[in-house]
Design a protein around this ligand. Structure first.
Ligand SMILES: *[C@@H]1O[C@H](CO)[C@@H](O)[C@H](O)[C@H]1NC(C)=O
Ligand SMILES: *[C@@H]1O[C@H](CO)[C@@H](O)[C@H](O)[C@H]1NC(C)=O
Ligand SMILES: *[C@@H]1O[C@H](CO)[C@@H](O)[C@H](O)[C@H]1NC(C)=O
Ligand SMILES: *[C@@H]1O[C@H](CO)[C@@H](O)[C@H](O)[C@H]1NC(C)=O
Ligand SMILES: *[C@@H]1O[C@H](CO)[C@@H](O)[C@H](O)[C@H]1NC(C)=O
Ligand SMILES: *[C@@H]1O[C@H](CO)[C@@H](O)[C@H](O)[C@H]1NC(C)=O
Ligand SMILES: *[C@@H]1O[C@H](CO)[C@@H](O)[C@H](O)[C@H]1NC(C)=O
Ligand SMILES: *[C@@H]1O[C@H](CO)[C@@H](O)[C@H](O)[C@H]1NC(C)=O
Ligand SMILES: *[C@@H]1O[C@H](CO)[C@@H](O)[C@H](O)[C@H]1NC(C)=O
Ligand SMILES: *[C@@H]1O[C@H](CO)[C@@H](O)[C@H](O)[C@H]1NC(C)=O
Ligand SMILES: *[C@@H]1O[C@H](CO)[C@@H](O)[C@H](O)[C@H]1NC(C)=O
Length: 402
């Protein structure tokens, strides 16, 4: 009894130690960043939204520039200086020719730049003939956005872009809205609410939320189109990792990452990472999950609709200095009823510099595995002594009777 209990205890301790990586406390590398947020720097007018998130590390700075000028976009610029700054020429940015209106000083400090643009939302119904019936597209560059100024929380490092179509002939948005909720991080950790994404100080989260938007078909589904902008010499790849069910995201088995790799040495430069699920509730539980699928990565041959801040930063050199890729993410499968019932959909993705965080098994799962795998090992390792022990015990129990 005693030896097997000891081995089990050891295995459990090992499992819990291994599981610490999974919770991400302190984080790999342990680096923290000093994060600050600024709304429309240098522009005293809230008719447009631009949020500058500056994340200063031990020897570098990451700049995230979120904006709803044009289609909702985030620029990520990594610099190797702690004092690099963002420059904006507002008159030029808001003009029809914005190329060059956004820059980083000093330009030589920039090591890598990328952008993610949320271009369109499609809605379709599957007709009886298995053909898909598409309703008029929601072009996110034609939305009107509330000022994010009052949504900024400098403690929680969050902000929310909320918009509705500038013209809404079907009235679908009369009672609803579309939002991008942004969170920046100072250190590694794991989100509390589902899908409990793991994050590092090199990443930020964006949560896409459709709330109260009426469906135009009685069993229709939404698709979000996401485009990425990469410098020449960088390729986009979609990676999928299967995992087992754990307590962080019950029943979800797939983690997807759209990674930007350098063609020179295959090093990972940036990523957009998400779990294959959305949720139909503001306080998500496993039964609120909405299946999420990715379709047809169009690598490096996409054309970008209006995105002022991409043109403002990267210039007009599509194809010569940068390329655009795009992917569709659809929500709803056999469980497509969830949105219909709740009129709520939220999908979270992590965006960051470098390698995406890798989920390890959760402590609970590791303990269960340790016990399950451990028992036969325990029997193998200490089998003989347990048998001996048991035999001895039996003798000692029988002795008085004899
Ligand atoms: C910004 O504008 C508001 C009103 O539009 C004004 O009260 C305020 O003084 C301005 N601030 C600066 C720094 O110009
Ligand atoms: C803000 O800018 C818009 C458009 O440029 C303009 O119509 C509006 O009057 C400005 N508001 C203030 C308070 O300056
Ligand atoms: C944003 O809100 C702050 C106060 O919360 C205010 O001082 C500032 O002028 C606002 N900025 C703009 C551009 O409206
Ligand atoms: C901003 O851009 C405008 C238009 O391109 C230009 O005339 C102006 O000189 C620029 N301002 C600064 C401070 O560079
Ligand atoms: C900002 O976030 C903190 C932490 O989440 C919260 O305690 C605080 O109430 C929030 N502030 C506002 C104005 O919402
Ligand atoms: C708008 O929302 C309210 C409350 O959620 C609901 O009672 C109402 O029926 C909705 N109206 C429309 C037109 O969907
Ligand atoms: C964050 O980025 C820095 C380089 O800017 C790198 O040294 C560090 O390892 C990265 N941290 C993580 C957790 O990826
Ligand atoms: C759903 O659509 C079908 C055919 O498109 C229609 O016959 C049916 O009445 C609709 N149901 C509701 C509740 O709108
Ligand atoms: C690839 O290597 C070339 C030459 O060494 C360099 O100029 C370029 O910046 C590199 N590209 C990337 C994406 O690392
Ligand atoms: C774009 O590239 C992908 C593969 O990278 C290919 O499957 C697709 O057909 C291309 N699309 C166009 C329009 O060329
Ligand atoms: C996304 O789906 C829509 C509708 O089928 C299509 O028009 C669009 O080209 C797709 N985008 C990508 C990146 O595949």
């Amino acid at each position: 009894m005693a030896p097997s209990a000891l081995v089990l205890l050891l295995l459990l301790l090992l499992a819990l130690a291994g599981g610490r990586g999974g919770t991400g406390q302190g984080g790999a590398g342990g680096s923290r960043r000093q994060v600050s947020m600024q709304y429309n720097p240098g522009w005293n007018n809230s008719s447009v939204n631009l949020l500058h998130v500056r994340a200063v590390g031990p020897s570098d700075t990451l700049h995230y520039i979120w904006s709803s000028i044009g289609a909702p976009t985030v620029l990520l610029v990594a610099t190797e200086s702690r004092s690099s700054t963002l420059g904006i020429n507002w008159t030029q940015l808001l003009s029809p020719a914005p190329a060059g209106a956004i820059w980083i000083d000093p330009p030589s400090s920039v090591v890598y730049s990328t952008a993610v643009v949320f271009t369109k939302v499609f809605e379709y119904s599957e007709a009886k003939t298995l053909e898909e019936l598409f309703y008029p597209t929601y072009d996110l560059s034609d939305f009107s956005w509330d000022s994010i100024n009052h949504t900024l929380n400098h403690t929680a490092l969050t902000a929310e872009f909320t918009g509705i179509p500038a013209t809404d002939p079907s009235g679908s948005f009369s009672n609803g809205s579309l939002a991008f909720q942004v969170t920046a991080y100072e250190a590694s950790g794991r989100d509390g609410p589902l899908p409990s994404l793991l994050h590092t100080a090199n990443s930020s989260k964006v949560e896409f939320v459709l709330a109260g938007v009426a469906l135009r078909g009685n069993s229709s589904r939404f698709v979000l189109e996401v485009a990425t902008v990469e410098e020449i010499g960088v390729v986009q790849k979609l990676r999928s990792a299967r995992s087992i069910d754990d307590e962080y995201t019950p029943t979800i088995f797939e983690m997807l990452s759209l990674v930007a790799e350098s063609q020179n040495d295959s090093s990972m430069l940036s990523f957009l990472q998400w779990k294959a699920t959305a949720y139909g509730s503001q306080t998500p539980r496993r039964e609120d999950s909405i299946q999420c699928q990715s379709h047809g990565l169009q690598a490096a041959n996409w054309t970008l609709p209006v995105s002022s801040i991409v043109h403002a930063y990267f210039g007009e050199g599509v194809g010569s200095t940068y390329t655009i890729s795009a992917i569709n993410i659809s929500f709803g499968g056999e469980d497509g009823k969830v949105y219909w019932e709740k009129h709520y959909l939220s999908w979270s993705a992590l965006l960051g510099f470098g390698q995406p965080p890798k989920d390890t098994f959760s402590p609970l799962v590791i303990s269960i595995m340790a016990v399950a795998l451990g028992t036969p090992i325990v029997i193998l390792l200490v089998g003989s002594s347990v048998v001996l022990f048991a035999q001895r015990k039996r003798y000692s129990e029988y002795e008085p009777i004899n």
